[in-house]
Write a protein that binds this ligand. Sequence first.
Ligand SMILES: [Fe+2]
Length: 309
Amino acid sequence: MDIAKLVALLLAHPAELSNYYGEFRVPGPVRPLIAIPTTAGTGSEVTPVAVLADPARATKVGISSPYLIPVVALCDPELTRSCPKSLTAIAGADALTHAIEAFTSVRKSPTPELAQTQVFVGKNAMSDVHARVAISALAAHLAQAVEDGNDMQARAQVMYGALHAGLAFGVAGTAAAHAIQYPVGAETHTAHGAGVAALMPYVMEFNRRSRIPEFAEIARLFGVASVGDSDALLSRKAIDAVDALFQRIGIPRSLSELGLSDGQVHVVSIQAMQATRLVNNNPEALDEQAMRRIVDAAQSGDRSSLAAL
Ligand SMILES: [Fe+2]
């Protein structure tokens, strides 16, 4: 789908693609796009972004423009039936990560210029609706879709969740898990969904204090809330629930398990900070030290150092 977006862009505005890296660089409408996802994950069928690998650069780059939003999205779960377990898992985990990052990201103050200056205008009431639908659909059905790939009811719900997650993060944007994954992916040559999902529990632990009501709601959407639970307790249960789901579907539980060496931690921390838009969209402020703490914890597989902060 991202290649289709780039082809539609080049057909309308022939130039080197690097002219369009970043936000609002696409000069006008592209050829009309009909997007048909064959995995349930990226949400690209409804988002304003195309991600590509540029051999001249270490990490992947993005072209973000409202003109890249497809005019039609045809979402048929039958097209995902042949996805193997691992692809179903990492694509679905990417979708859940989109929904969680969108639901907990920064809310920007609405000004007349906002939508003219930023493609991702920030979390709002509408993106929250889409994120909630995505989280509950994926929490309830992702594991089943992974475990029985012929369960079309489960696959349909995962595709539905991925679509709503795309609608959520196409507005709100993503945050630290995606910022860190870009250099992790470049260093380890591992799948995007596996990287963001491996990072998500650590990023949630770091962000928890800034988003206790949202995390508590995530716990309720996961169905792990009990009567009388405080929001603070629920916010911890949310992280455990996400961690448990990812563990159940075979997502690596640390960056070292993903193949990152201790010697690569430093470069990952530095490069993650360079994804400025995503770093600034993280609910808890990030500086180099904070980023290093998250990456260190994710490398070692120990969330407790972040919980104690
Ligand atoms: Fe993603």
